[in-house]
Design a protein. Structure first.
Length: 594
């Protein structure tokens, strides 16, 4: 007798009284999960016989997880105290255990032995099915392929029915940031107020792409990169379990390349073991060839040749490196990393370099750095950064690298050829190229106007006799000349918006307010050159300077008004005209002169 029908991603199943969930042509032992698409038998066989280390040693319990102790403790405590959130949001870089953690959480919630006696060595039926992605109540969805709102609607429709064989129905959505905006909106209501039996577990590498409305409805956990020492200890254990012959230096190289990702580390180890013949050892040199990794010791030697100024040896050495097939951009980035180590070696430890350096390389860098000026290293960094943009322009990138190395030779201040004529002066590089503006020795409180550096040509419209030399020895005289030459705009700016700091023949230092015309300095320099037949330097100072002429006149006017208001005449006027106010004083003698 048919009880109900429901849709699970466009595949229809029927639940019958007294019967298991079935599909025509399949029995219970070989049924397929509509999300994973793999039979239970097939998955078991793959896990048992798989040669892929990343799957073979995938963590199955909280105790197996590495490098996420705080997150594990928090989740375990929430389950233990029965304070399980509606939704978990797991985020982090690739290969740190997001999907694995999601499955372990699902096991912890649905284990038949309850949380206090969770399965560890032998799994119960629920834990076994969740491990194999075949549990009917724990559905895994790949949001990268199911991005539409219709997919989420089917999911919500399916969530209306309670779990069949466990306590919770759990949806694990991987790469959840790939869902469309409409799909996220359709999920919001169910996510905020789901049924008691429903839990969501989201996993993503792009947390910023998830709407904040979704993030706020989840309990977020940021899975950290695995520390180098922890990861090294883990893959060393895997190496022992596989009875593999791998040196510690090779394992450190794997840790270095994996950048804190467990899956990457296991994949690299797998790749290295596959390439070996029976009984062969995987040492550092073989690992570097297999993974295409460039040895830092070669870069240190190249750096020493640069410091010695031996151009021929530097180019020959680089060409040998290039012949080994290193990509120019990889070489540039490795060189930048080496410059960083030379600059900051005294504040680093061997462990903090993420096994990028061995003991010998670390000691060599520390010794060489004592002989290199920090200013030179910063210049090296700037030139190398600039070369990165050149690589996309030049057709032969190898030529750009060789030219970069030659430039570095001539920049180095410890170069024994620095006194030769071809040696470039560092201060000139800084000033002319503006590579590092912090080293410019300009006055701190002054700003030079760029327009003054340009050559000023005499005004062709000046009348005969106007080009005669005029001596301007004071700021007041400058204003008087502006009146005589009918430069009323300049006069207005000088009186209204300029505060004089200092005045010398050929040099004026001023401060100004926000109303000063943007072309004032240019116009004043031009006029002064034409009037005096000499160049004037106008500097803009941060010092406030004197009050402007208009401000002085206003203060004097107010002072005069206060004086006149104390006279007997003013008091007499107020008696006859109480509403009168003194606003202006005209000097009769000055008026008659005018």
């Amino acid at each position: 007798m048919l009880i109900r029908n429901y849709c699970c991603y466009n595949r229809f199943w029927r639940l019958e009284v007294g019967a298991a969930l079935t599909r025509p042509g399949l029995n219970r032992s070989s049924r397929r999960d509509s999300y994973s698409g793999s039979s239970l038998l097939g998955i078991k066989k793959m896990n048992k016989n798989s040669k892929v280390l990343a799957l073979k040693y995938r963590p199955q319990t909280f105790e197996d997880l590495i490098g996420q102790d705080i997150i594990v403790e928090t989740i375990k405590n929430s389950i233990k105290s029965n304070k399980v959130p509606n939704a978990y949001l797991l985020t982090g870089i690739r290969g740190v255990g997001k999907t694995t953690t999601a499955r372990i959480i699902a096991k912890s919630l649905n284990c038949k032995n309850e949380f206090k006696n969770l399965c560890k060595d032998s799994f119960c039926e629920n834990c076994e099915a969740i491990s194999n992605s075949s549990h009917i109540d724990v559905l895994e969805m790949d949001a990268a392929s199911k991005t539409g709102v219709d997919d989420v609607r089917d999911l919500i429709e399916f969530s209306r029915y309670g779990p069949t064989s466990s306590k919770f129905k759990i949806f694990i959505i991987d790469e959840v940031h790939m869902l469309s905006k409409q799909a996220f909106n359709a999920l919001l209501k169910t996510l905020e107020e789901p049924p008691e039996y429903l839990k969501f577990i989201f996993a993503t590498t792009e947390i910023k792409k998830i709407p904040i409305t979704v993030v706020s409805r989840c309990q977020r956990f940021d899975l950290a990169r695995i520390k180098s020492t922890t990861l090294l200890k883990f893959i060393s254990k895997i190496k022992s379990l596989e009875n593999a012959n791998v040196t510690e230096d090779a394992l450190k190289l794997i840790v270095r390349i994996s950048e804190g990702s467990v899956r990457d580390a296991l994949s690299l180890l797998d790749r290295g073991l596959i390439s070996l013949e029976s009984g062969e050892e995987l040492d550092l040199k073989k690992a570097q060839k297999i993974f295409g990794y460039f040895d830092k010791s070669n870069l240190i030697e190249l750096f020493q040749l640069i410091l010695q100024g031996n151009e021929k040896k530097v180019i020959d050495f680089y060409r040998k490196i290039y012949d080994h097939g290193i990509d120019p951009k990889v070489f540039i980035n490795d060189l930048l990393e080496l410059i960083y180590y030379f600059k900051n070696i005294n504040s680093l430890t061997l462990e903090s370099t993420n096994f990028s350096l061995n003991d010998n390389d670390f000691s060599r860098i520390k010794e060489i750095s004592k002989k290199v000026d920090s200013q030179v290293l910063i210049l090296f960094w700037q030139f190398i950064i600039r070369t990165l943009s050149e690589l996309d322009i030049v057709s032969n990138q190898n030529l750009s690298i060789e030219m970069l190395l030659m430039r570095l030779i001539y920049i180095d201040s410890s170069n024994p050829r620095k006194n030769q004529e071809k040696q470039i002066n560092i201060s000139e590089i800084i000033d002319e190229k503006n590579v590092i503006p912090e080293f410019k020795k300009e006055p701190v409180d002054q700003i030079r106007n760029i327009t003054q550096e340009k050559k000023i040509k005499p005004d062709a419209n000046l009348k005969a006799g106007d080009n005669e030399k005029i001596l301007i020895s004071s700021f007041e005289q400058l204003i008087k000349i502006c009146i005589e030459k009918k430069e009323l705009k300049l006069k207005y700016e000088l009186e209204k918006n300029v505060n004089l700091v200092s005045f010398d023949v050929g040099r004026i230092e001023i401060s100004f307010n926000e109303n000063l015309d943007k072309n004032f300095v240019k116009d004043l320099s031009f006029k002064l050159f034409n009037w005096t037949n000499q160049r004037w330097i106008i500097t803009l100072s941060k010092v406030k300077g004197e009050s402007s002429i208009k401000e002085k006149e206003k203060k004097q006017k107010n002072k005069d008004l206060e004086i006149y208001k104390k006279t007997e005449l003013y008091r007499t006027v107020l008696k006859n005209f109480p509403d009168a106010d003194l606003v202006e004083i005209n000097n009769k003698k000055e008026k008659e002169d005018i």
